[in-house]
Design a protein around this ligand. Structure first.
Ligand code: PLP
Length: 403
């Protein structure tokens, strides 16, 4: 079977909820993937930052296989010997007091909202009544996942159309506007949910000082500051968490994606005992969340980030690569922005959309993905070699100068 055969099968039997590039990957190692016809490509998306450690990192693969030889799933009805160690190691690495493990990023976002609402009723003193009155404020152009509750927070018409009615209790305000947060807060506001860098929206970095200011507004109003670091965290933006660029500490941090190095769906909410302590047995849970397999994989994935100093590596290589892109004089480029190896290249509308550039780059062996219409996101695995970045630059230069 060849590329076209797989594409036809997928189109026939799989729902069309994505518009993938027509490359059918069979295997991968580090920053490189190989398709079913034996062609190699450099991965410049990293599964939306799930494979920050590189594809199939040998240490994480080994930890996973070792754990598979013992036990994969116990359910939380019983205890296992990996969950306590992950909890301790993750809290020590991040400086939070407690964690709560889930599987997908969206589930961890839901978990953080549940924690914030219950904290609002039981600690802050928001009236609960029959339906509850807690409010959560989110930002325009956010991306927090695809469940119906989260979709209800979205301002993207396509994410919403056809999927209502939505969960009440959410407001959206413009991203990057601290005054809008002050104006939106009421006595019933329990949390402000924000991406420190908006990834899906096109790698948008808020104005300098914004995160510091909103963190202070939250503190003054006894509102929880929740940072969705699912994509921007764990080294992608050149630090453990992207919000640390402003020297602040979120009350609640949501992580996922690279927490497993891409080998298994693992997500988590990190916070204090006061906040995560609101959960009592039976309040919340997940069959697979906190499984020994998930925890063993996550423990090793975190160790790899630290041992290979991938936070610093992302910062250095990101500065280098962003600098090269910023010096590229292409009439298609409106702006190059980014932190660490999390880089967005925004094109002028006259360039005809980012998709055709991604397709041309694919033909030259570089895999990246447009986000919205006019932005190309560059987010290679953080283990990428400098010479591979330079090779990628040559392809990008060629396509942006000549297409
Ligand atoms: C990917 C992502 C999510 C959702 O994670 P899933 O694992 O796809 O559910 C949530 N927030 C951000 C910022 C993301 O990038």
């Amino acid at each position: 079977m060849h590329t076209q055969d797989y594409i036809e099968l997928e189109n026939q039997y799989n729902a069309h909820n994505y518009h993938p590039l027509d490359v059918v990957i069979e295997s991968a190692q580090g920053a490189w993937v190989t398709d079913v016809d034996g062609k190699k490509y450099l991965d410049f998306l990293s599964a939306y930052s799930a494979v920050n450690q590189g594809h199939n990192h040998p240490r994480i693969v080994k930890a996973m296989i070792d754990q598979l030889g013992k036990v994969a799933l116990t359910s939380r009805a019983f205890r296992n010997n990996q969950l306590p160690l992950l909890a301790k190691e993750l809290c020590e690495l991040t400086g939070y007091e407690m964690m709560l493990p889930m599987n997908s990023g969206a589930e961890a976002v839901e978990t953080a909202i549940k924690a914030a609402r219950k904290w609002g009723y039981t600690v802050k003193g928001v009236p609960n009544g029959e339906h509850g009155q807690a409010e959560v404020i989110a930002c325009a152009d956010n991306f927090h996942g695809r469940t119906i509750m989260i979709t209800g927070m979205s301002t993207e018409p396509q994410y919403r159309f056809g999927f209502g009615p939505f969960t009440p209790g959410f407001k959206t305000i413009p991203y990057g506007d601290a005054q809008a947060l002050t104006d939106a807060i009421t006595p019933n506001t329990v949390a402000f949910l924000v991406e420190p860098i908006q990834g899906e929206a096109g790698v948008h970095i808020p104005p300098e000082g914004y995160l510091r200011e909103v963190a202070a507004i939250c503190k003054r109003n006894n509102v929880l500051f929740i940072a969705d670091e699912i994509q921007s965290g764990l080294g992608r933006a050149g630090k453990l968490f992207a919000h640390q660029w402003e020297g602040i500490r979120a009350d609640v941090v949501i992580i996922g994606k690279a927490l497993s190095g891409g080998l298994y769906p693992v997500s988590a909410v990190l916070s204090s005992k006061e906040i995560l302590g609101v959960f009592e047995p039976g309040d919340h849970g997940s069959t697979f969340g906190g499984s020994p397999l998930a925890c063993a994989v996550a423990r090793e994935a975190l160790k790899v980030l630290v041992d290979e100093d991938l936070f610093e590596r992302s910062r250095e290589l990101g500065e280098y690569f962003k600098g090269r892109l910023q010096r590229l004089e292409s009439s298609s480029i409106k702006e190059v922005r980014g932190r660490g190896l999390f880089i967005g290249v925004e094109l002028y509308p006259e360039a005809g959309g980012a998709r055709r550039f991604c397709e041309a780059l694919k033909d030259r062996g570089l895999l990246c993905k447009e986000t919205h219409q006019h932005v190309i996101r560059f987010a290679p695995p953080l283990v990428i070699k400098k010479e591979d970045l330079d090779w990628a630059y040559t392809q990008i230069e060629d396509v942006l100068m000549n297409l």
